[in-house]
Design a protein around this ligand. Sequence first.
Ligand SMILES: *[C@@H]1O[C@H](CO)[C@@H](O)[C@H](O)[C@H]1NC(C)=O
Ligand SMILES: *[C@@H]1O[C@H](CO)[C@@H](O)[C@H](O)[C@H]1NC(C)=O
Ligand SMILES: *[C@@H]1O[C@H](CO)[C@@H](O)[C@H](O)[C@H]1NC(C)=O
Ligand SMILES: *[C@H]1O[C@H](CO)[C@@H](O)[C@H](O)[C@H]1NC(C)=O
Length: 462
Amino acid sequence: MKMFNFLFSVFIFSSVIFHANAHNVTHDSRSIIIDGNHQIILSGSIHYPRSTAQMWPDLIRKAKEGGLDAVKTYVFWNAHEPVRRQYDFSGNLDLVRFLKTIRDEGLYAILRIGPYACAEWNYGGFPMWLHNMLGVSFRTKNDVFMNEMKNFTSLIVDMVKRERLFASQGGHIILAQIENEYGNVMKPYGEDGKSYINWCAQMADSLDIGVPWIMCQQAGAPKPMLETCNGWYCDQYRPKDPNTPKMWTENWTGWFKSWGSADPLRTTEDLAYSVARFFQKGGTLQNYYMYHGDTNFGRTSGGPYMTTTYDYNAPLDEYGNLNQPKWGHLKQLHNVLHSIEYTLTHGDVETQKIDNSVTATIYQTNDKSSCFLSNTNTTTDATVNFGGINYFIPAWSISILPDCREEAYNTAKVYAQTWMMVKKSNKAEDEPSCLKWAWRPELIESASVQGKGDVSVNKIVD
Ligand SMILES: *[C@@H]1O[C@H](CO)[C@@H](O)[C@H](O)[C@H]1NC(C)=O
Ligand SMILES: *[C@@H]1O[C@H](CO)[C@@H](O)[C@H](O)[C@H]1NC(C)=O
Ligand SMILES: *[C@@H]1O[C@H](CO)[C@@H](O)[C@H](O)[C@H]1NC(C)=O
Ligand SMILES: *[C@H]1O[C@H](CO)[C@@H](O)[C@H](O)[C@H]1NC(C)=O
């Protein structure tokens, strides 16, 4: 334990030195540029309230070991401000501790403040008191709403600034997000929707965080916000502004589970295919939603019939174990992508159709070239000749040739360790004796909707 403490203090000390200087985060159409280095970013979502603070270092270490550059999280407004102007940042709501854990493990952070989160979280993160405010109308040009949104967003930004966690202050937060998938719902709001999203952009910009803001699913986002894509595949996606790099903020690694339905699965091969395809087609930033899904504790689960588990079939399972072969196969992909970062961010791009279903994409700089060979046919394998060499490319797969000759990776050829978890019924004698029930009071003004008053019932409330 002493030794551990010693190592820990040395580490903290060195990270203080390391992080003392401001970092310059900008972008061009191909890369995120950090202190002049052109980078691609591989990121994964981990939501701090869905695990415990004790789990965070292990989860983040496994994310780093899995080849990620960054961890991304939403901020959950109704968890932090359950009663208006009464805040809770304790326990697994300790956002600053979570962010510092990411920093101390040596990864970047991406902070999605929202504060509308969606995220299968109760009421999308909106507090009940906000719903009950007189004259409020959510996510549109409405003074009551905008005032509260600004108040909470500023509170989070101030808190993070005080700890000097933005890259511009020497910290590790390279991007922040305002609003969330508003482009999907904006149309019915008409002109008010447009004024609102412009206001969001101005409000965020005025908070002066010194790193770029993003807006996901917001085609043609108001300047200086950068638009990004969410979905199963974003390879076809092109930002409206040609100077915006191609960023994929949510690549769904699986799906959330609903009561009565099967465990959702997305195959390792398909997930790897989507990521390789994204970078083949000029991607810059890719984020797994989720990298670790975990658990909806208490009343936090949102949406119709969402279960307590939020495992998401992610690379780390609900308990923080490696979900193999997904974790390992993606780790290999990340290592290969990082090894060709220079040609990806600097190279001229050329595509060659090899046959009906196989296409080669060649990234070429003065002295280096890297290639992708993709077979987009979902049923038929292909053997193709490329530069005098034969390659076997299974259906719906992509090979990466870091030097355009040797195949270092194919998305459908899985060599990572494989194992399966078997769920066993819970026998009383297997239960650890230290597990005990506990209760705590809930800090809520009123769980009921305005006009109905307080409720007191002796049954499960639905
Ligand atoms: C930050 O980086 C960009 C792009 O590399 C550069 O144009 C700009 O001058 C840099 N800003 C500072 C303050 O160093
Ligand atoms: C939020 O509003 C309260 C008043 O309700 C005010 O005292 C506080 O300064 C505001 N916070 C921010 C960060 O604007
Ligand atoms: C896949 O390949 C098979 C056999 O060559 C062909 O019949 C089929 O049309 C192809 N599918 C697509 C979507 O190209
Ligand atoms: C994520 O990857 C899958 C598999 O390739 C793809 O079908 C899906 O479209 C991707 N998501 C987005 C947003 O592109």
